[in-house]
Design a protein around this ligand. Structure first.
Ligand code: GH3
Ligand code: MG
Ligand code: MG
Ligand code: MG
Length: 292
């Protein structure tokens, strides 16, 4: 687990860094509040921070406030480490958004158990986040999360004049797999289909389970040729090899509907509607195909 130490006193920083490293934490350090804030805003931000209160520029309490104003980002557990020990200081410190408060000079045993308590909170937050955004069967984004991703990308396309591609992929005759091989086999096919879709995508694309056997794919920055290529990659990777299930091997194919927006003009719902209409045509046209 990564931990941030922010203190303007080099000796205090070094002491704490040594102690935490010995306890097995991966430590990053900051010399003042602004540096701490920069590190906490990054995508790879530490999930626990020990902040000195008194620092030049942004102080520890300022950093706590800024972190709590962020909202969307993963949870960061904040411990204020300070010589300020009066009750009113503790109250002010905690009111700024700190989770805990440890007096300076710190007692090693006390800090150790307080950090352990912090780790429990962080792990709980992570688990909840995964539960709230991931589909339990496939591990893909769930319906709400993939919709949110598409919405964000559609807004960005409007703002920056870029494009977004959307693919709605629906497994063909999936009911038959359930009916002939059983529900568990159906589940295995869904998991494998999700895995193959993921492998067919670029790192910054996203796919989610939009419904029972329907996957929504979001392709940021994709124009028609790029979206078409992605859909064909998905179609091939699904069709090219049978899927292993507890009841035996089964073929799987998908039909896909595609939609593109360039710049402003279509929101997430509009794009999904277009992709759905195209998907309907792909089904009508004989399945295992892509339509726009
Ligand atoms: P089409 O080619 O027209 O899409 O036919 P289909 O059989 O795939 O479509 P239909 O909508 O008739 O059936 C979808 C089936 O997917 C029905 C439902 O029981 C099944 N299903 C939905 N969610 C799950 C799931 O989580 N696990 C399993 N095993 N089956 C599921
Ligand atoms: Mg200080
Ligand atoms: Mg289907
Ligand atoms: Mg369906």
């Amino acid at each position: 687990m990564r931990v941030l130490i922010a203190d303007d006193d080099p000796a205090a920083r070094l002491l704490l860094e040594g102690t935490l490293t010995e306890w097995g934490y991966e430590v990053v350090t900051a010399r003042d509040g602004s540096e701490a804030w920069d590190l906490l805003r990054r995508a790879d931000a530490p999930s626990l921070a020990i902040l000195d209160w008194m620092m030049p520029g942004l102080d520890g309490v300022d950093v706590c406030r800024k972190v709590r104003q962020e909202g969307e980002a993963p949870y960061v557990y904040l411990i204020l480490l300070t010589g300020k020990a009066r009750t009113e200081d503790v109250v002010r410190g905690m009111e700024s958004g700190a989770d805990d408060y440890v007096g300076k000079p710190f007692d090693e045993q006390e800090l150790k158990v307080r950090m352990r308590a912090g780790r429990r909170i962080v792990e709980l937050h992570d688990a909840l986040r995964i539960q709230a955004t991931r589909d339990a069967l496939t591990g893909a984004w769930n319906r709400r999360a993939i919709f949110d991703i598409l919405e964000r990308e559609a807004v960005r396309a409007g703002r920056e004049g870029t494009s977004v591609g959307v693919i709605m992929a629906d497994l063909d005759h999936f009911k038959r797999i359930n009916d002939t091989l059983g529900h568990q086999a159906g589940d295995a096919v869904l998991r494998e289909a999700s895995r193959r879709i993921e492998l067919a995508l670029r790192p910054y694309d996203a796919h989610g389970r939009y419904g029972g056997e329907e996957f929504l794919v979001v392709l940021p920055g994709c124009e028609m040729p790029c979206a078409w290529a992605a859909a064909e990659r998905i179609r091939h990777t699904l069709a090219e090899a049978h899927v292993a299930t507890p009841s035996g091997m089964t073929p799987v194919t998908a039909s896909m509907g595609m939609a593109i927006v360039h710049g402003a003009g279509r929101d997430a719902e509009g794009l999904i509607r277009l992709a759905d209409e195209a998907l309907y045509r792909a089904k009508r046209g004989g399945r295992n195909r892509v339509e726009v």
